[in-house]
Design a protein around this ligand. Sequence first.
Ligand code: PLP
Length: 403
Amino acid sequence: MDHAITRSTYDEVMFPNYSPAGFIPVRGLGSRVWDQDGREFLDLAGGIAVNALGHCHPDLVAALTEQAGKLWHVSNVFTNEPVLALARRLVELTFADRVFFCNSGGEANEAAFKLARKYAVDHFGSDKNEIISCTNSFHGRTLFTVTVGGQPKYTEGFGPVPGAVSHVPFNDIDALKAAISDKTCAVVIEPVQGEGGVSPADRAYLEAARRLCDGHNALLIFDEVQTGMGRTGSLYAYMEYGVVPDILSTAKSLGGGFPIGAILATDKVAKSFVVGTHGSTYGGNPLACAVALCAVNIISRPEVLAGVKVRHDRLETGLMALNARYQVFRKVRGLGLLLGCVLQPAFAGRSRDFLKAAEAENLMVLVAGADVVRLAPSLVIGEADIDEALRRFDAALARFTGA
Ligand code: PLP
């Protein structure tokens, strides 16, 4: 079929900073997506861990369309009902006393890091400004968040970058102990490093980070942009680990596909953002908040969270069975429905080739670096869709290995 818009339009008019797949999705329902020519795909990518309830979940569509007919945007010069209802719900469900809203994960982390600096200045003076993060971490693409992120490739060419940021190896308690001091204002950790390869933190590491932060009056920030909202089988991963942060950043699944981000914090910490210190024109807009409230109310249901663990087992068991035949992956790691299939040394650096093989078999997957194939499907993906996805995964592995 001839289309006025094609994939080559992308190369003509878009910035070249992405390299999207060869097909253009036009419609989605549940865990299925259709392209311009009606070709159907199974989606294990979930919009990079965003579409927690799949595509066009009827309740989300209803929440969005109902709010769309009422009020879209008023700015924070005025408040609105959906933002207050969503904040109250997040406070009920988590450690937090207060919520600040923005529009993405990067913005949420930017706010978290600014808040940590401001809190330290307010309570301990301006010398307490150092932020410790982990190598291989990812926190967003603003200049501050790429600097705190532990992957130098994302800051190359963008300097000078903000100062007083250092990195320690992930899951290394001794390294954190050696790096932290009374000048540290915050330690930032992803409970499961997502972009960095789907590497879960050890419980002992997060517990040690909590103790070390307490011992040095530093704030513990959990970046739960990717692990948040049910992805690990708990509403937030900190609940899975039993370690409570001072600030938590959240985005992605929070809006089920509608852009929204937020930081959650205790009352004492949140108080440092006094009037005028930080803001966002769109942050907390009624449209995003109405959808997110609906998403939170569904994802927080015990049966939905329990279902994540059931689906994890089905998917992981299927992947292990395939791997027993193809011997492509060194291991499958991750929590809940955030899974990383780590390539064997013989296939090192080839995760993108697998992505292409999957595309050829009508399957959408993700990579997390050059050596890991990442899966982040809908939290409510049906059993039949998991089984069909595994059949396509099988075909993709055959194509990938030339078997
Ligand atoms: N933090 C983590 C852990 C992420 O995985 C991501 C995105 O992948 C971000 C922050 C940035 O979020 P956004 O792309 O919405 O700015």
